[in-house]
Design a protein around this ligand. Sequence first.
Ligand SMILES: *Cc1c(COP(=O)(O)O)cnc(C)c1O
Length: 386
Amino acid sequence: MRTEKSNLGFGTKAIHAGQHPDEVTGAVMTPIYQTSTYAQESPGKHKGYAYARGKNPTRNALEKCLAALENAKHGLCFSSGMGATDAVIKLLKPGDEVITGNDLYGGTYRMFTKVFEPLGIKFHFINLHDAENIKQYINNNTKLIWVETPTNPTMQIVDIEACSKIAKAHQLWLAVDNTFASPYLQNPFSFGADIVMHSVTKYLGGHSDVVMGALLMNDDQLFEKLAFIHNSCGATPGPQDCFLVLRGLKTLHLRMKAHCENGRTIAHYLRNHPKIEKVYWPGFEDHPNHAIAKKQMKDFGGMISIVLKNASLEDTFKIASSFQIITLAESLGGVESLINHPATMTHASIPKAEREQAGVVDNLLRISVGVEDIDDLLWDIEHALS
Ligand SMILES: *Cc1c(COP(=O)(O)O)cnc(C)c1O
């Protein structure tokens, strides 16, 4: 986009940032540059593109758009969210330590404990409900604080600003997995984060048709390091997927408003339902960190978890399987509503004792509220619960 106006709104950036009509044909949409390599005039003399693992124009447009949405200087797109997280941990070396939450996304926990712990990196999984807890785990080997907020699936809120103050005082990097909130609801750089990670698969793609990850950052040196890992290790996405995400982003602001509105209605409905014991949603005033959620989020999103009253695993499975509009599936953030049983699906890789300590009990279900008509969703929930 070529405009002299600064301070563009979120929706304008979602539609235009990083993109402009094609110089040759005038094509309004960024083409899918389905090529692995680029012609060179003489060895090393090219138009800035040599090999597509390093750079691809469709991917570059997307990286610029995502950076704009997070108010960041740099962006890198990865072949998955886990690929993006993997690159951050590769900034570290054996002996280094990471402080992180005890209710992380299951795949992140699995990577930290099963891939990187054996390589000599130490992880402290702690309660981040009060960021002050971090301090007692900091020593000379600590390099990184890795935070997820809201957390998955119990919607705990971590105070990003409080974490960043501690990180800065001890010269640590603060990385925030911003997948659940999306940049529409929460911009961790405004609260002092150094790296923002997204599973683009979720709200950013928004249509459950792409697996992708992204890292955003402001610091040039940090960008150089991560870009080096990105190109060296090679977890880069293809141009077709980048095109699909560019298309998905154009409605991110519209979708997020609808997710929040439906989420709010469903959260209140479930809370008053006799078959529900507990509803996790950061928008409730009595949510333990509601004030922090209000400070750092624009609204509360469409992710809700519920604990069914007096339900065995069997009862829970039965209810999870009896929805007609809401689909039983892993993942979240798409236009369609999904329901998930974390204990046996997304969080099965976490040992039972640890899982239950983090509130992921057998009768907990997580709903990714989509943007269907609210009356139909409420009908489906009422029908399944009865
Ligand atoms: C899905 C998810 C990831 C992993 O992303 P993939 O794109 O599936 O690799 C990481 N963090 C959170 C919070 C997620 O929901």
